[in-house]
Design a protein around this ligand. Sequence first.
Ligand SMILES: Cc1cc2nc3c(=O)[nH]c(=O)nc-3n(C[C@H](O)[C@H](O)[C@H](O)COP(=O)(O)O)c2cc1C
Length: 333
Amino acid sequence: MSEPAIHPIALRLLELENNLVLAPMAGVSNLPFRLIARQAGAALVFSETVSAKGLVMGGAKTRRLLRSSPREAPCAFQLFGSDPAILAEACRRLEGEGAAWIDLNVGCPVKKFIRNGAGSALLCDLPRAARIVRSMREAFSGTLSVKMRSGWDQHSVNAPEFARIAAGEGAELISVHGRTRAQQYRGRADREIIRRVVEAVPDTPVLANGDVVREDDAFEMLRETGAAGVMIGRGAMGNPWIFQRILARAEGGGARQLTAQERLATIEHHVALMETSFPDRSVLAANLKKYLAAYSKGLRGSAAFRQSVLEACDLDVMLRHTRDFFGGMERAA
Ligand SMILES: Cc1cc2nc3c(=O)[nH]c(=O)nc-3n(C[C@H](O)[C@H](O)[C@H](O)COP(=O)(O)O)c2cc1C
């Protein structure tokens, strides 16, 4: 009998209840959104990327990024940096604060990261990347993972080689975004390279990542790559229900359309969670705009709704437009 597509993932210290995971997204994967994704069925959530140096120096921004709740566990806190000693110290501090899972960012393509030798720049210096994973492993007793791109550019697609190195140094799970740094977000994520990573580390679970936006994509991704699980980023923004729909499909259920009321209930819950995380209402309103735009994407009248949200002078007006838009959909249906 063939393996079921959706299944738990057993790791050294814990078992993920299924193999669907929310990707780390700076500016998006904050605590409220992670809670929404967990409640929608993601078995694991990744934090926004956090500077190891900022963490060690105790910066206020870093502290905000590290806000967590027992209700989201397991959460993988992602660190970026290029200095093995600083990353090790950041791991010790995080462990001291109760973190059970730390991830290393070997994928970020942004220039600021690259200039400092962090993110996907580490794919150009595998000996350093290996030292970093080793030093993090020595410093941290919890679950350690690495997230990488497929390579620097088409001439240096070295994710399988780095995956082997990282697993050899103690990484317990590897996520691969099937694009090179040079590709940024262009083209389509390459499932063939993800499959080669899966084959390179047969004893280490791999999460396949890139362009999973519909239920079918998840099943195809798992089938074509042989990966242990799927990591979903942009496809979950505005559509956290993608996790529950994949789970329902795996159980043999049909893809029922969400009612406008269900959509609105999740959005209102999301706003309530954001209210706890962002005590300043103008900061909250600024942050909420991108989620509301994503929640309305593809729905009739969404362009006008987005415009009204952009122009809203305060949070209450924004929420009124939101209730009118999503509530109105029910009446129109
Ligand atoms: C807004 C945004 C922020 C991101 N921030 C991070 C990050 O902090 N760390 C990271 O490893 N990847 C980051 N990524 C990459 C995603 O985790 C993921 O690899 C990529 O979006 C491809 O997956 P997707 O097609 O499912 O979105 C980010 C992507 C987006 C769109």
